[in-house]
Design a protein around this ligand. Structure first.
Ligand code: ZN
Ligand code: ZN
Ligand code: FE
Length: 762
């Protein structure tokens, strides 16, 4: 018999993101194409396939699967085994009913931007979904945000209250249709609908609500628009007066707003878009991408003041697309609708209750958001696209870790909080939860823990949290009874988050640079050099600790750090230095601060690099007060004049550990300021100095420890000049440099590190 005619039967098991993404119909179509018989079904760990047919067709079928998978699918593993043909007898190929299982190993897909086919439906006047803002299919639409439980099925989503009409039902049941088993499938007859109201919630009737809203935006109104993971506040991004009005009403002084534009071409009129950035912007997740501004920038100044970058995204729902096709806006501000320090608002009631003094009108709908999710934020720097805020589009996709028996719940930090759950070889990080200091932020944290444990079907046997006793996440853990708890040092967690995502388990030199984290000596750390493994760390170096007069007040008033550094460098003679910052401060304030430092009143010590940046920015004259943490460091980075090689002299003291002293740098900066050197040059020299100083320490450590890798973590590494420079210089000395890509380097990444440290400390 000709070999090609041998009939064989194979079982193929696939795991990964293969449910709720059109995987079974895809297999169905492929099997038909290769004239195979058999069946496909969802299983507890993914998808099970049995196929029978001519050998070469079976082989080609198996080979084609990973290459042709649907856009939202992601395969983690494929296993193929032979089945005795006598055991099966198929007449055709079919999709068989899922076997429901308590143990869910399948992965829930994230929310995905509208696909091109759906956009075609929406813009085709003959299509029954013409101009329908809730159009979606198996390849696109909301997922995680409308899900209340698994398995992912319509009755377990917020679409359960909408009964499909017969046309939608037909699509839903037809394996050949793009909407086969698309759980949020809907049309104007049976699905969710829009509702426009004024700020008191009175409905505004209109033939074309989206055209009406476009007009209102044009006239300079602020609109609250319900989206996928929460409400946005929307204004015309070219109208400076209304952007300022929004800042005033939202009590948000300078923190940048993100904008949305309808096309890459429009974005290019105000920002530089590199090829990789264009790919990220138009990827299925549609995140916010931080882009460099062009000269003669046509966007309102108030959108991202004193910042060389602007956060930009492309439309990701049919509603966004319709808004732009009606309004022809160059760009709209689309900022998360929340009250300062609180989570994004998701319900119509809360929007009307809490935003009625901010928004003039509300564009809402009746599809409930069950899980809130902010827009994700990414930035391309130091050679890769890196996540800064991980939420919509990325959550709840897993992160690979090494197998571990214990199931860990890691509770994260205090601000930019995320939580992390581990299950076998995967870690699931939550969406950005944010600040836990507000009641609603803390409730969001509690809800997220419950929800994730439920949908992942895990029961943690180990809990990890930060050292800091006052973090709300730590307090939560201390109230839990009868669980094993591991407290993890903040900067150790940062470094391990970085090494684990880079799949390095050997000990590394860790540079952990951030604003604040409690050290094991009860001082505030943040400019740390650690020799770090998954289970332990050794603090082998740090920035010289300095007084932080006023404690956390110094975070928002960087002039305090400036005085502290100046006092350290010059003593009382600082009062005679004619620095602009000292001239504009009241002498009384300065001397009071100095006496606080001397008498150690409300003045902890800190080795934080974030605070050093703040202090230098104030000395340079950038600002004495900030409205959000890290603002002055960001502005200092934005000022850097390119092409400057000079640096300030620095000193590394060695006594058991390396201490990097700040005073010579402070003296150098002061001298330049007095000479009238341009701020951008001082900023460049300062960055160069920090880079050289820490690279020098790494070289000294290389001699004592046989370590090849340097891991960079902590919020300060959002600074691209610093990250680029440290990476470049370390690589010149044959170090392998590990930097975050999939997980934020800021406190949003802490939970992953905590989970791994907890597992390895047992
Ligand atoms: Zn679609
Ligand atoms: Zn319908
Ligand atoms: Fe941190």
């Amino acid at each position: 018999m000709d070999e090609a005619c041998v009939i064989l039967t194979k079982r193929i098991k696939i795991s990964g993101v293969v449910q709720g993404v059109g995987f079974r119909p895809f297999i169905y179509r492929m099997a038909k194409q290769f004239e195979l018989v058999g069946e496909v079904s969802n299983s507890s760990s993914g998808v099970d396939i049995v196929v029978s047919g001519v050998q070469c067709n079976v082989d080609n079928f198996i080979e084609d699967i990973p290459q042709k998978i649907p856009p939202l699918a992601h395969i983690s593993s494929i296993s193929v085994s032979s089945v005795l043909p006598t055991l099966v007898d198929f007449k055709n190929f079919s999709i068989v009913k899922s076997r429901e299982s308590r143990e869910s190993g399948a992965i829930i897909p994230p929310d995905i931007s509208t696909c091109d086919a759906c956009l075609d439906d929406v813009s085709d006047s003959k299509n029954r979904r013409y101009r329908y803002p809730f159009t979606n299919c198996t390849n696109c639409g909301p997922r995680y945000t409308i899900l209340m439980d698994v398995p992912y099925d319509r009755k377990k989503t917020s679409m359960k209250s909408f009964r499909m009409c017969s046309l939608c039902q037909t699509e839903y049941s037809d394996p050949g249709d793009r909407r086969f088993h698309a759980q949020p499938n809907a049309c104007p007859t049976c699905g969710p609908s829009l509702c426009l109201t004024d700020s008191d919630g009175n409905p505004i009737e209109s033939e074309n609500q989206i055209a009406k809203v476009s007009g209102l935006i044009r006239e300079g109104n602020i609109i609250a628009i319900k989206g996928i993971g929460g409400f946005h506040l929307t204004v015309d991004a070219t109208n400076n007066a209304v952007v300022e009005q929004l800042r005033k009403r939202k009590h948000r002084e300078d923190k940048p707003f993100a904008v949305m534009s309808s096309s890459l071409d429009n974005i290019r009129s105000y920002a530089f878009v590199r090829k990789v950035e264009a790919a990220t912007l138009s990827g299925i997740q549609r995140p916010i991408v931080l882009l460099g501004k062009v000269k003669n920038y046509p966007i309102a100044k108030a959108v991202s003041p004193n910042n060389s970058h602007i956060g930009v995204m492309l439309p990701y729902t049919p509603l966004h697309n319709l808004l732009f096709s009606e309004g022809k806006f160059l760009a709209l501000v689309m900022t998360s609708a929340n009250l300062s320090g609180e989570p994004i608002i998701t319900t119509n009631q809360d929007a009307l209750k809490y935003l009625n003094k901010i928004a003039d009108y509300f564009l809402m709908h009746n599809r409930d958001i069950l899980t809130r999710s902010d827009d994700s934020v990414l930035k391309y720097y130091a050679g890769s696209t890196r996540i800064i805020r991980r939420s919509r589009g990325y959550v709840p996709l897993p992160i690979d870790i090494t197998y571990n028996q214990s199931t860990v719940l890691a509770c994260g930090a205090e601000k930019k909080n995320t939580i992390c759950l581990t299950r076998n070889k995967t870690a699931f990080m939550s969406q950005h939860i944010g600040n836990l200091q507000s009641k609603s932020g803390y409730n969001f944290f509690l809800e997220t823990i419950d929800h994730m444990c439920n949908v992942l079907k895990v029961q943690p046997d180990l809990i990890a949290c930060d050292y800091h006793p006052d973090y709300m996440s730590t307090r939560y853990v201390s109230e839990l009874k009868s669980v094993k708890v591991v407290k993890v040092q903040h900067h150790h967690a940062h470094i391990v988050a970085c090494t684990v995502e880079n799949k390095v388990s050997d000990p590394v030199i860790g540079l952990a640079f951030d604003g604040t984290g409690l050290g094991d000596d009860n001082t505030i750390w943040g400019g740390e050099v650690l020799i770090s493994s998954y289970s332990s760390y050794n603090r082998v170096g740090c920035l010289e600790p300095v007084p932080m007069p006023g404690s956390s007040m110094a975070i928002y008033e960087p002039w305090r750090m400036a005085v502290s550094y100046l006092y350290k460098a010059f003593g009382m003679s600082l009062l005679e230095i004619p620095l602009p910052i000292l001239v504009c401060l009241k002498k009384r304030d300065i001397t009071m601060l100095i006496s606080m430092i001397r008498q150690k009143i409300n003045t902890p010590y800190t080795s934080s690099l974030g605070r050093f940046f703040d202090g230098i920015a104030a000395i340079v004259g950038i600002r004495n007060k900030v409205s959000f943490e890290g603002q002055s460091a960001m502005e200092l980075e934005s000022l850097v004049t390119p092409g400057i090689d000079e640096k300030y002299s620095f000193d590394i003291a060695s006594n058991k550990k390396f201490t990097l002293t700040a005073s010579p740098i402070v003296e150098g900066v002061v001298y330049d300021v007095l000479k009238g050197v341009y701020k951008g040059v001082i900023a460049a020299k300062f960055h160069n100095t920090i880079i050289s100083m820490f690279v020098e320490v790494c070289l000294l450590l290389k001699k004592c420890y046989n370590v090849k890798h340097v891991a960079l973590s902590g919020g300060v590494f959002q600074n691209s000049v610093l990250t680029d420079g440290i990476k470049h210089n370390l690589e010149k000395h044959d170090f392998k440099v590990l930097i975050h890509r999939l997980v934020p380097c800021n406190d949003g990444g802490i939970s992953l590190g905590q989970a791994i440290v907890a597992q390895h400390s047992m």
